[in-house]
Design a protein around this ligand. Structure first.
Ligand SMILES: [Mg+2]
Length: 234
């Protein structure tokens, strides 16, 4: 049997949006200051255009921030490049570096599924050395799909043990649609956020974790139990 996969979302799950923090936001601050604008007034039309594209079903284009900025402001934002390890390692979520070192000893393969573009995500993934840790990195333009389209799993051969992510309507929903066990990572999870499990409008995660320290144990359990006979969100 093929070695099973665990797939992870990137931003907000493994690392705090390095493209935004290290490339885009510093440029937005500089550019808005040059125009004597508040940065939020400079950013809002960019965000609105992204949302507009998403609402039109142009999911991949909705994450092409360079193209959006060219369209909205007729400007060319910088392309990210590799940075020193410590600069991006400091943006990893608590326990992530430990978690990956533990999971590398498990009989599984590790994957990333990010809605970001290849050119915006890979420089930071490579800066972390994660191109050596993860067996496959799926970026939006690599599959011309993004979460919650379940076809983002198309590049993974073999069973997907679980998908870990921080967004209900991207990560839990994509797992639900692909009949994959979902693990919602929410450091500030409040039980009152949970809604009626019978409501089709809110896909329920199979598991919710607020930190990563217990995830290896959960993965061990999933490996022993195998894939679920039926998904709770048919
Ligand atoms: Mg995320």
């Amino acid at each position: 049997m093929l070695t099973p996969w665990i797939t992870f979302d990137l931003d907000g799950t493994l690392v705090k949006n390095p493209y935004w923090r290290l490339t885009l936001f510093p440029w937005i601050q500089k550019e808005s200051a040059r125009r004597r604008l508040d940065w939020q007034d400079f950013w809002q039309p960019i965000a609105d255009e992204g949302q507009h594209r998403w609402d039109q079903g142009l999911w991949v284009d909705a994450y092409d921030w360079s193209d959006i900025i060219r369209r909205v402001w007729k400007e060319e934002p910088p392309e990210p490049s590799m940075v020193p390890w410590h600069q991006v390692a400091s943006l990893t979520l608590p326990g992530v570096l430990w978690l990956l070192s533990v999971l590398k000893t498990y009989p599984i393969r590790l994957g990333i599924i990010t809605n970001g573009l290849e050119r915006n995500q890979m420089p930071f993934i490579k800066s972390l050395g994660w191109d050596q840790i993860f067996d496959t990195v799926v970026t939006t333009n690599k599959v011309t799909r993004c979460k919650p389209d379940p076809r983002v799993f198309s590049l993974f051969d073999g069973p997907i043990l679980c998908h870990v992510g921080d967004r209900v309507h991207h990560d839990v929903l994509v797992a639900c649609r692909a009949q994959v066990t979902s693990i919602l990572y929410q450091p500030k999870w409040y039980s009152e956020d949970r809604v009626d499990p019978l409501s089709p409008a809110w896909p329920m995660p199979n598991h919710v974790i607020t930190h990563y320290w217990g995830l290896p144990k959960l993965v061990t359990h999933l490996l022993v139990a195998g894939p679920p006979a039926s998904h709770p969100n048919p």
